[in-house]
Write a protein that binds this ligand. Structure first.
Ligand code: PMV
Length: 364
């Protein structure tokens, strides 16, 4: 058995404005998805026959990492609610890519990768047949697994499952953990990780280390309403077409996001909270809030440093930054929301069991 897990994410600043080039900030949350693999006589997911169209993410990863490999029984567990903007599909894909890579190992040539995907090298660095005579070797277990590779694969399979469109926000945050900033340019003062490109759009991905986060929590409140991201993005596009002056809101979200990042880095949580609440008012004036989100936000505000919707809006979730998560959570639940409590900037992907790896030796 091989097992790996990855966290979900929520957006602290910059949703929607990021579509127009402004920076967006996401943090990994404590809630995770976990994927367990075992050799089996036929392909199974959670005990049922595996249908590629029901599990497009797993199918796309299988094609890339397990093409002619033996059948597996895959068990998926986790506490990230699906379709709520919390990155459940990216977390699942990161965990599955880590588990598959761990289960098959990685070919090495002169201590360098002879196969795989990474931003530091061309996208697929497979360099021709493996040749043990020439000293090629294989790395097995956790050491063969790489965060950057899992982030790249997840970005690719998210695009595949979503008809070609996906930003690298979820894939990068769920792989690396912590706090991730996406922008259309390299942001000074942040730790630049890599560039990503998809369909003529490019993003610069950065990580940020946060200060003073020991005694603050995020309470995530779900409205239970499913509002597809693509519809909310189209709604903002239509608004901007009709009222071009609303571009001011988009630009102001960018300014607020940068202020929020600076406050996060200085550990000034009161200022982070103020920037979150300000970001929410701007999102509201772009028309992506809804009465249910507003009611959870009003309920959380009195006990929070800052409150906002998170993700695409129109339903989905809100977040509250608070020093009193129990009271804030109770207030949200009383207003009809379901809550999760998380620290800011949780750990990224991990291999949780590699004792039986490799499950397959494609190199022999
Ligand atoms: O659906 P979520 O929660 O991952 O957030 C979408 C964020 C948007 O900025 C609205 C869309 C995007 O592609 O960045």
């Amino acid at each position: 058995m091989v097992q790996a897990s990855a966290p979900g994410k929520c957006i602290l600043f910059g949703e929607h404005a990021v579509v127009y080039g402004q920076p967006a900030v996401a943090v990994a949350i404590d809630q995770r998805m976990s994927v367990k693999l075992k050799l089996n006589s036929d392909w199974r997911i959670d005990g049922m026959a595996f249908h590629p169209d029901r599990h497009p993410h797993v199918e796309a990863l299988k094609q890339r990492l397990w093409d002619s490999g033996p059948p597996l029984s895959i068990k998926i567990t986790g506490d990230i609610p699906p379709a709520s903007g919390l990155g459940s599909s990216a977390a699942l894909s990161v965990a599955a890519s880590a588990a598959l890579r761990c289960a098959r190992g990685r070919q090495l040539r002169d201590d360098d990768w002879a196969e795989g995907w990474t931003a530091a090298r061309p996208n697929n660095v497979y360099n021709g047949p493996w040749d043990v005579e020439k000293g090629d070797s294989v790395e097995y277990g956790e050491s063969s697994v790489d965060e950057d590779e899992c982030a790249i694969l997840t970005h690719a399979v998210e695009a595949y499952a979503q008809g070609g469109r996906a930003s690298p926000m979820d894939s990068s945050t769920c792989a690396h953990g912590g706090c991730i900033v996406l922008s259309d340019k390299v942001e000074e003062n942040l730790n630049w990780l890599y560039s990503r490109q998809l369909n003529d759009v490019s993003w610069e991905v950065h990580s940020v280390s946060l200060e003073n986060i020991e005694d603050v929590w995020l309470v995530i409140g779900s409205t239970g309403i499913h509002a597809p991201t693509s519809e909310q993005v189209a709604k903002v596009a239509k608004l901007l077409e009709k009222q071009p002056e609303k571009m001011r809101e988009i630009e102001t979200i960018g300014i607020v996001a940068r202020r929020g990042i600076a406050a996060l880095m200085r550990g000034e949580m009161e200022a982070v909270g103020r920037a979150m609440s300000e970001n929410h008012l701007l999102l509201r004036s772009l028309g992506v809030s809804c009465p249910e989100l507003e009611s959870l936000i009003s309920a959380a505000a009195p006990t929070s440093l800052g409150v906002k919707l998170t993700g695409a809006g129109g339903g989905g979730c809100m977040i509250a930054l608070t020093r009193d998560p129990k009271t804030t959570s109770e207030a949200i639940e009383l207003a009809g929301g379901r809550t999760l409590i998380s620290r800011l900037a949780s750990a990224g992907m991990s291999v949780d069991d590699d004792k039986e790896s490799p499950l397959w030796k494609p190199h022999e």
